[in-house]
Design a protein around this ligand. Structure first.
Ligand code: FES
Ligand SMILES: [Fe+2]
Length: 607
């Protein structure tokens, strides 16, 4: 019995010494940084001999990890305890903010230590588990509560994930401001900043204006300055990029390819956009269908090539779940190991699909106008080309990542004002005839070929060799025509061929640029030559445009970047900007909203 008491006492003493070492380590890191937190300093602060670190933790590194872990554990436990049993989402979010800025947990030493740890990548990796658990707990709590509040207010509905990430960003920003402050009212300011963000999302809650930060109190907020065109912050802001994906890309028709590429059962096309993956496949019954390119078991990608032929059924490369080409789940390896699994309930998730003029389009968020209706004003322009009877022209496909914001590519492409200076060869082809116009709401650009013999080798030979095409009316025989499909695709129509090119944004600063050309069966030698020359002219133009895109992208960061001044010949740029601003009103703001405020500002401006 005596031994038992003695052991218990010595265990408690050991825990106490470990706790003192961890606290001392946090204090030393807070005061002197990671480098300054030496064994001597830590043990002196803990009132223990230097050997205590080795005895209780094995090494200084392990003690530092334990200190990092202890801050995260403290926050995790305090959060769970604080919201346990609560159901009101507003109250839960208030508690989250309070715990996050609780001076007992987040004193200067703990915050300074947290900051030092976040800078030290190796320790971050080691201490990752607790912190990623804390982050996950925070994220799911924020998202669930914001979603619950959102559902209670039928006036606006927004993407809860984006709004929650905004609050998460403010919570971290609050810590940073406390750290870099002078010990004044930074905690109250940080709490007020988070609450006023939530109040702006959910009017009438979170104390509204009464709890705004003191520095804003009593001042009427000035009307925000508006911008006629897309302000430059919209080309680099990650929150705005998220909104673009949700509001511009997912609810609009996105081009997947051409019907000739999915002509036979099993032929498929894929593409990724706005975080989604699309699959278009010709089913065994001859119907074209679209699905999410995602296995219903654990989400693996079913096809990782952009197009191909699926022989037989669709088999997931991960565990081998099998679907027929109509999307039905027909095979599950070791089926009996899944209790109560009804395959009927797990077909591939369908997507909306529409074929327009031979091109295949997919929409991730269903409902809304058909593409045929949207494009009705320009249908008569494209019909004579018989695009649906065309086939891919060999060697014309491209698909490359470019280090630019997707909108800059369209900004360059949407106007002809730069052609005389920027594209000397194309200018010789177009002469003075190039025009950007709109037919209804659809951007249309056209140029009748200049018959004055060009100096450019490619253009001169194209002028000479381009034959007549029996299926085209007289006015199309020597016309280059472009039709825009908002938000991200252009269809080019030439006497000899047709093409599409499109942007698929990956990040605010990277975009997949892809395209392909198609033509009717026509074996005349001069048609082959004209197609070759056409590709050459377009290739040269594209390389030139890339230089201008790069120059504009770099210019966006210059303090001397001008307000955009547009000529009438740049109306296409204005129209594109207006279309984006109409769908995302926050893009009217001249000044970039504060961190975490883009989605909220957008919701506010939609009303
Ligand atoms: S993820 Fe497809 S079978 Fe497991
Ligand atoms: Fe150009």
């Amino acid at each position: 019995m005596l031994d038992l008491v003695r052991n218990r006492n010595s265990g408690a003493a050991r825990d106490d010494r470990k706790r003192r070492l961890v606290d001392a380590a946090i204090g030393c890191i807070g005061q002197s940084g990671l480098e300054g937190a030496t064994v001597v300093r830590i043990t002196r602060a803990a009132g223990l001999p230097p050997g205590a670190v080795k005895t209780h933790f094995g090494s200084r590194e392990k003690l530092l990890c334990a200190a990092f872990d202890s801050i995260g554990t403290g926050l995790k436990e305090a959060l769970s305890e604080s919201i346990d049993g609560l159901v009101d989402p507003e109250e839960i979010l208030e508690r989250v903010i309070r715990v996050h800025f609780d001076p007992a947990l987040c004193n200067m030493e703990a915050l300074a230590a947290w900051n030092a740890f976040m800078d030290a990548s190796r320790l971050r990796r080691d201490g990752q588990k607790t912190w990623s658990e804390w982050r996950d707990q925070m994220r799911s709590t924020l998202e669930a509560q914001i979603s619950a509040l959102d559902a209670q207010d039928s006036r606006y509905h927004a993407d809860s994930r984006t709004l929650a990430r905004g609050l998460e960003g403010l919570l971290v920003l609050g810590w940073q401001e406390i750290l870099s402050g002078e010990g004044g009212d930074e905690i109250e300011q940080a709490v007020a900043m988070c609450r006023s963000y939530l109040a702006s999302l959910f009017p009438g809650r979170f104390g509204g204006d009464l709890d705004r930060p003191a520095r804003a109190a009593g001042k009427a907020s000035p009307e925000p300055a508006l911008s006629d065109l897309l302000p430059r912050w919209t080309y680099r802001n990650p929150e705005f990029f998220e909104l673009e994906m949700e509001r511009l890309f997912k609810p609009n028709w996105l081009l997947a390819g051409h019907v000739s590429e999915v002509a036979s059962p099993g032929d498929y096309l894929t593409f990724d956009a706005s975080g989604e993956r699309a699959l278009v496949i010709r089913s065994d019954d001859g119907r074209l269908r679209a699905f999410h390119n995602v296995c219903r078991h654990r989400g693996a990608m079913l096809f990782n090539r952009t197009r191909g032929q699926c022989r037989g059924d669709i088999s997931c490369p991960f565990h081998g779940w099998t679907y027929d080409t109509r999307g039905k789940l027909i095979g599950i390896p070791a089926r009996r190991t899944f209790r109560d699994l009804d395959p009927e309930k797990h077909p591939l998730m369908p997507l909306e699909l529409e074929v327009w003029m031979g091109f295949v389009f997919v929409r991730f968020i269903p409902g809304g106008e058909s593409l045929k209706d949207i494009m009705a004003p320009v249908e008569h322009l494209i019909v004579p080309y018989r695009v649906c009877d065309m086939r891919p022209l060999p060697g014309t496909e491209y698909c490359e990542i470019r280090p630019y914001n997707w909108k800059i590519i369209h900004d360059i492409d949407n106007e002809g004002y730069h052609v005389p200076v920027g594209h000397p060869s194309l200018q010789q082809l177009y002469g003075q005839d190039y025009r950007d116009t709109r037919v209804g709401e659809i951007p249309v650009s056209r140029a009748r070929m200049n018959e004055k013999r060009a100096k450019s080798w490619s253009v001169r030979h194209y002028q000479d060799l381009l034959p007549r095409f029996g299926h085209l009316p007289e006015e199309n025989q020597r016309l280059w025509l472009y039709i825009g499909v908002f938000p991200n695709a252009v269809i080019g129509l030439y006497p000899d061929s047709a093409e599409f090119y499109m942007t698929l944004p990956k990040t605010p600063q990277t975009t997949l640029f892809r395209g392909r050309a198609y033509g009717l069966d026509d074996d005349r030698r001069e048609v082959h030559a004209a197609r070759y020359l056409n590709r050459r002219i377009n290739y040269i133009t594209d390389r030139e445009d890339e230089q201008y895109v790069e120059a504009m992208q770099d210019g966006l960061y210059s303090s001397a970047f001008p307000e955009q001044i547009l000529s009438d010949r740049e109306q296409g740029v204005r129209d594109f900007h207006k279309a984006v601003q109409k769908m995302l009103p926050v893009a009217n703001l001249a000044e970039e909203p504060a961190l975490g405020q883009v989605a909220a500002s957008n919701v506010g401006m939609e009303g």
